[in-house]
Design a protein around this ligand. Sequence first.
Ligand SMILES: Cc1ncc(C[n+]2csc(CCOP(=O)(O)OP(=O)(O)O)c2C)c(N)n1
Length: 607
Amino acid sequence: MRDSSEKESSKRELDVKTGGHWFVKLLQIKGVDFVFGTTGAGMPDIQDAMVVEKPPKWIQGLHEFTTVSAAAGYALASGREGIALIDRIVGTQNAIGAMFCAYMNSSPTVIFASANVPGVPIQTGAPELHYSLHQTTMVLPWVMWLAQVESLETMPDDVEKAFYMALSEHRAPVYLTLRQDLMAQSVQKGWTASTAGVPIASPRVPDDDTCAKIVKNILTYDRPSLVTTQLGRHPEAVGSLIEFAHTFGICVMERRFFMNYPVSDKLHLGFLSRYLQPQIPDQTDLVIALEHGLLPHQTFGEVDVIDITSDPFHRQDVYAGGDYGASLFPALIRAVCDSSATLQKITKMGATMLGSIERSTITERLAKCENEHDRKFSEWRKKAQQSYESGKLDNWSVGFVLNKHATDNSVWVNGAASSWETLLRSFEMTRPGSYFGNPSGHLGPTLGMAYGVALANRNYVDVRDMGTYKIGRISDSDRIVVCTTGDGDAMFGNIDSALWTCAHYGIGVLYVILNNACWAAEWQPIESSSQHWARDAGNFEFLDLENPRIDYQSVARGFGVYAKRVETVEEFDTELPKVVAFVRKGKPALLDLQLEKFTGPAPSTVP
Ligand SMILES: Cc1ncc(C[n+]2csc(CCOP(=O)(O)OP(=O)(O)O)c2C)c(N)n1
């Protein structure tokens, strides 16, 4: 055990001039490369310090929703904390939706917001604006921890705790306010937190008895199936699941918000609906729910369930849920633990418990799964191929072309709505960490997430001291980030903000707009309303994005981004490699795919 003098020695003195300078030094010591920010007048002393201290490098976003989404995407793709800085109550209110999305995505996003306190003067004479008693508490449902930094003395520990909490399980955003008067305060000397370097808590695994019970059940039931939603948020856990599934002969189905299981593996049996009752494989008699929640009133049907989860309330692994969490479905065993370490422990224990009878049962199960896998995936491949050959630009052919041109370093950020399932079936991703989605159902986060993902393997390097300021450059990357989004989703995500940021900083992201001139996902609920008045009248006014159809080519060009309207499969096929070449050079690009309107060619009876 370390003695107290050793503990004390981790606290280092810092040469700083202001509270803001101290804060920036703390970020620097934490190894922060990028601060995703949107400027407001409540943070000038932090930004002043960022002129003379680099990294971190400021990445300006033109809307706080996009900025926080970018930090969340960065966090997911890097496995490190993503840092955002927004302004007081105004920025916070604008970013609440993005915080919800980051929460549902289990993203370790550390959100700092400036704050003014009425009646507390700011040393520079700046007026107090945009204050609210509710600034901090309004984010409460979507963060795992929040606090107001009320004194510079506690700031190092508060910042340290924010970083620590964000990366602790179950990962989620944290929110910390920084008072403008404290940031403007003159300081003689700062220091780091005394807890710096404290490791994240060791993984939680169930006790031996529980693991043995899980193994016995898996071996007793004839046809166990595993379903998962969030496992792939830890890319290293995917390998543990592959080993587990093969050891016991268990097929896997996923709601793909992360790359949870490679589709190239024969035990992958496809994708579960995001929000409907789960369609588990026929004859399943035991479901292993791994980080997988169900919406209220949903169950797995008449089968037994083993629930392996890091949160028994499943608040972050249902689609489009909220703080109520999931239904408390019945389970034989509910193990609250961390997935990767638990799967490894169960696999290891199971391997010692397998006799010849169990082994032959497992071989049989494997063969059944493989047959089912081949049947499903070959059907989908055929559909995609046929659609491609027909020359018709639709969700299948779009997936086919994306898949055709995908490379080992492609990363897909998917904000598609009605085309979500079809795209997954045709665009095959197999590498852990190569896919990010939107489990919140809140439109828009993927626009910002995409450029956060594109920066996740880059650093701010070659920093030179120019006397009155410092400057460096963003390191290169060979990662190709493709963001698929709808003509509706793109607007909700402030595509203008994302395009400008990418163009300004040289961040190569390809935005593919699935432009079907409507909010297609909204038609089905209206169509099945209780009286069907809208359906029977052909009244699409609640979802049309027609007259005019949004011209994303022109929108992108307005931000200096290369863009092309695409009308046919052939055009998409030839244009895609061209735009990927742009992305490789660190330039954003946009393809505006003209798809058929979901409700058909007839115009709405009421425009
Ligand atoms: C912030 C927010 N507002 C409204 C909705 C309701 N909503 C769900 S899907 C959808 C339409 C999405 O349109 P688009 O992105 O073009 O995809 P499409 O449905 O056409 O495939 C809307 C408005 C939502 N989910 N989130």
